[in-house]
Ligand binder design. Structure first.
Ligand code: NAP
Length: 479
């Protein structure tokens, strides 16, 4: 069982108090590297969520000044930075990603709080230069109300940072539900909110447990005005349905199926290096990671070879061991999905270029795999693989690759590599993805808005746009 100074309890946090589930039930958190049990955390439900919402409602009655909120945001960024090693360790143990990567995620999370602190002035009231109807007009960014924040397991600290930084900046109070697979990092965050930041009771509340009863309570409460969700498109669709009766606002950061396009004139070494960093982060379990790699037919075999050499150098194993660059997948279902995608593509004519060796490892591993000539009817072309598979698809010309890249219901991230920047920009104009990178495999950053088009969701996190997600504009003409 895990031992950490940041886990003084394994309970939720409601109205400034650590609490276990009313029922006494717990849920077990395991380490995907060897299935060992890490902790039994409180498995809460509807009554605890209702109490968390009530506490959040009371906290809303005590508005905080912009300066106070800036101080809290800076204090959270500082606390995360000072505790990056221990939070990273907990994250590595419950998620499986390599320790250095996990600690890098803590830095990434701190960046959202810092950015919000630095830019909170955009939420200050704005008086119009014009005076229509003989009135002085002022626009106030009011807190939207209580907000429900639901996060996935693939970035246990990064995803809550995106949401909570904007919620605090907007002076909303929140009820947070982490993924049942990775709640320990969230408990550690709440320990810091209590100990270091001294956030007032009720401002942020933590409930853990089965998603159904918790989200039902959130949707049923009139005071909960925004639900911000990051996770699968399947669950996102269900939330849209549940949001209708109470006309709740949703921010949805959903699944992706990112195209990674390499034209024949591209710097192939750079494209391969960037693909390694993009594709294998988190074991390939990121919403922005390249899912379909489109390479011009003239250079596809050379590129596949360059990539295979790099993939061969990956060190598969326990993320806590120095040198590990590829950890386990989150669970058995994840391994089965990658294996199904590999088998299906090979059965439909794809060539196996390289497959690593994960035999002898006890946890939920899938070896990194490179496939060439993957056909458009392969499952990995249509579905998000969420694992260490690189399916290379060849194309002949620009119109064809634009059509293929857009041939998906998702629209989260895409990447284009070419030596001709004008051509790259022209192609990007026609790609329907919220994050469209040229000659880089870089994903989101706290300073820029990030979010999806099409069925990858709506709303933006990060940047100035993200700071407005939990606000309501109130327009006040004074006569
Ligand atoms: P998930 O199964 O949709 O779960 C996400 C969160 O929703 C978890 O807290 C989960 O709780 C909860 N949940 C599950 N069923 C629910 C329901 N019926 N109603 C309300 N909440 C529910 O997704 P995941 O497997 O954790 O994450 C992977 C997915 O997230 C991928 O599709 C990935 O692309 C997407 N993602 C998107 C972004 C983005 O920014 N667009 C970022 C990261 C990940 P339990 O754990 O308790 O079931």
């Amino acid at each position: 069982m895990i031992d950490s100074a940041l886990l003084p309890t394994l309970g939720g946090y409601i109205n400034g108090e650590w609490v276990m589930a009313d029922s006494g039930k717990t849920l077990t958190v395991t380490n995907p590297v060897d299935h060992s049990e890490l902790a039994d955390v409180a498995a809460m439900g509807q009554p605890e969520t209702e109490r968390a919402i009530a506490a959040a409602e009371q906290a809303l009655e005590r508005p905080a000044s912009l300066e106070q909120r800036r101080d809290w945001l800076n204090a959270i960024a500082d606390a995360l930075t000072q505790n990056r090693e221990e939070i990273g360790r907990l994250l590595c143990l419950e998620h499986g990603k390599p320790l250095a990567e996990a600690q890098g995620e803590v830095d990434y999370a701190a960046g959202f709080f810092r950015y919000a602190a630095n830019h909170i002035d955009v939420l200050a009231p704005r008086t119009l230069d014009e005076q229509p109807r003989d009135c002085r007009w002022t626009i106030h960014h009011r807190p939207a109300g209580v907000v429900g924040l639901i996060t996935p397991w693939n970035f246990p600290i990064g995803m809550i940072a995106k949401k909570l930084s904007s919620a605090i900046a907007a002076d909303c109070s929140s009820v947070i539900k982490p993924s049942s697979k990775t709640p320990l990092t969230m408990i550690a965050l709440f320990t810091l909110l209590e100990r270091e930041v001294k956030l007032p009771a009720g401002k942020a509340n933590l409930v853990m447990g089965s998603a159904g009863p918790i989200t039902e309570a959130l949707f049923a409460a009139p005071s909960v005005r925004v639900i911000s969700f990051t996770g699968s498109t399947e669950v996102g669709r269900e939330l849209i349905r549940q949001a209708a009766p109470g006309v709740k606002r949703l921010t949805l950061e959903l699944g992706g199926n990112a195209p990674y396009i390499i034209f024949a004139d591209a710097d192939l070494d750079r494209a391969a290096d960037q693909l390694m960093a993009n594709k294998f982060r988190g074991g390939g379990q990121t919403c922005v990671c390249a899912n379909r790699i489109f390479v011009h037919a003239d250079v596809a075999p050379v590129f596949a070879e360059k990539l295979a050499q790099r993939v061969e150098a990956l060190q598969i194993g326990d993320g806590m061991q120095p040198g590990t660059t590829l950890g386990p997948l989150i669970d058995e279902n994840a391994v089965k999905k990658v294996a199904r995608h590999v088998d299906d593509a090979i059965n439909k004519g794809a060539k196996l270029i390289y497959q690593g060796d994960a035999s002898g490892l006890a946890g939920t591993f899938h070896p990194p795999t490179v496939l060439l000539d993957v056909p458009a009817n392969a499952a990995c072309y249509r579905e998000e693989t969420f694992g260490p598979l690189v399916p290379i698809i060849t194309f002949a010309d620009e119109p064809e690759v634009v059509r293929m890249a857009n041939d998906t219901d998702f629209g989260l991230a895409c990447y284009v590599f070419t030596a001709d920047e004008a051509r790259g920009q022209k192609v990007i104009e026609r790609l329907r993805f919220g994050h469209a990178a040229l000659n880089t495999g870089s994903g989101p950053t706290p300073e820029a808005p990030f979010g999806g088009m099409k069925q990858s969701g709506y709303g933006r996190e990060g940047g100035l746009e993200g700071l407005l997600e939990f606000t309501e504009a109130q327009t006040v003409p004074v006569g």
